[in-house]
Design a protein around this ligand. Structure first.
Ligand SMILES: NC(=O)C1=CN([C@@H]2O[C@H](COP(=O)(O)OP(=O)(O)OC[C@H]3O[C@@H](n4cnc5c(N)ncnc54)[C@H](OP(=O)(O)O)[C@@H]3O)[C@@H](O)[C@H]2O)C=CC1
Ligand SMILES: CC(C)(CO)C(=O)C(=O)O
Length: 335
């Protein structure tokens, strides 16, 4: 089977590396790291797997090049999710030639799937919750911690409500290629619930690590004032997630236990671990606030739920981002 990683940064290179180690063909589409990766491959330092080189089967600088004489079984979309800047489905156009290709979204945030269903209605779409702690230090140099888990499921649109997810070939093959590469793989029949659950962390600790002035998650939850603020913000998003998904976000944890769980697990993260949103802020790149925060706020409005902390966080985050995006000429579709 041939897998293509679109956006081979930290998450994409980690997944591509492990899948290739599991015995599959893996090609990558790079952007700013293209020259470095083409020349030297990826050098990965991982607390879980050790320090190794990852040399992909092919390294491309564009999806057009990657599409020549090739049709892929799986395309893993590992770019940042930025639908507020450009239609994220456009770059896949040359690659999607038939219904054979399964599109897999490895991205944080919620509400990512609809544009793909619209653009590629015949292709199966798998959407993932990504539990990985990784960072690209410079072109092709990747630092990874211990977390390496994907939870995922088929994104169901109305036409495929009766699909038996686990038996579905696309899912079981994907499960096999992940586990062969030593990636923890969890198949879910209610993936949106898991996406919302994970977003409780991303919509609170990630933006606060930026607007607080670059504190790590660990530092924010150890300080009593910001710990309480985070717990309150988590309470807001949990209410919205429950309304959207129609039930509790976790089978065993109550709403307040979910917030406690995230705060306690953040205490054990390394002080030096930088949330991916803070990595973007530091590198003056667009942040994923549309899919992580704005989509939550819009859902809250639909259900008449007040989310004042999330709204404040979002507005301050966007103001901070404008300072560096405007001079680069990058404009957001929504403010
Ligand atoms: N890092 C982490 O620990 C975690 C990340 N995630 C999520 O995973 C996703 C990926 O994150 P991460 O790997 O950290 O991000 P990175 O910024 O490290 O990687 C994204 C890569 O995609 C490239 N890219 C963007 N657009 C294109 C394009 N049009 N064509 C080719 N390449 C493109 C970027 O290139 P360029 O350098 O030029 O911008 C970059 O190399 C995000 O949704 C993130 O929120 C989830 C959990 C943890
Ligand atoms: C918390 C973490 C590292 C989990 O994978 C993450 O999602 C992020 O930094 O964006």
């Amino acid at each position: 089977m041939h897998t293509l990683i679109v956006g081979a940064g930290s998450v994409g290179s980690m997944c591509g590396w492990r899948i290739k180690e599991g015995g599959e063909n893996v090609s990558v589409v790079c952007r700013s790291n293209y020259e470095a990766v083409k020349e030297n491959g990826f050098s990965i330092e991982s607390a879980r797997y050790g320090s190794r080189k990852f040399i992909p089967n092919n390294v491309y600088s564009t999806c057009e090049d990657a599409s020549k004489d090739q049709e892929y079984d799986y395309i893993l979309v590992c770019t940042k999710a930025l639908p507020n800047i450009a239609d994220p489905t456009d770059i896949l156009k040359p690659l999607i030639k038939s219904s054979k290709t399964v599109i897999v979204l490895l991205q944080n945030g919620i509400g990512l799937e609809d544009p793909y269903v619209k653009a590629y209605p015949k292709n199966l779409l798998i959407t993932c919750v990504v539990y990985i702690e990784s960072e690209q230090k410079q072109g092709g140099i990747i630092k990874h911690g211990k977390m390496m888990e994907l939870a995922y499921g088929l994104h169901k649109n109305k036409k495929d409500d009766n699909l038996d997810l686990i038996k579905n070939n696309a899912i079981s093959n994907f499960h096999n290629i992940l586990t062969s590469g030593g990636i923890t793989s969890t198949v879910s029949t209610n993936i949106q619930k898991l996406k919302w659950f994970k977003n409780v962390w991303n919509a609170t600790i990630s933006p606060m690590s930026v607007i607080s002035g670059k504190y790590s998650g660990e530092e924010l939850v150890r300080n009593p004032g910001t710990r309480q603020l985070i717990l309150n913000a988590m309470g807001e998003i949990i209410k919205v997630g429950e309304a959207v998904t129609g039930g509790p976000l976790h089978d065993k944890l109550s709403a307040s236990e979910i917030s406690e769980y995230f705060v306690i697990s953040t205490e054990s993260l390394l002080k030096t671990f930088i949330p991916s949103m803070l990595q973007d802020f530091i590198n003056k790149k667009p942040m994923e606030h549309q899919v992580i925060l704005k989509n939550v706020i819009e859902s809250a409005k639909r259900f008449n739920i007040n989310v004042p902390i999330l709204e404040t966080t979002y507005e301050l985050l966007v103001m901070n981002e404008k300072k560096y995006l405007k001079p680069k000429g990058i404009l957001l579709k929504s403010p």
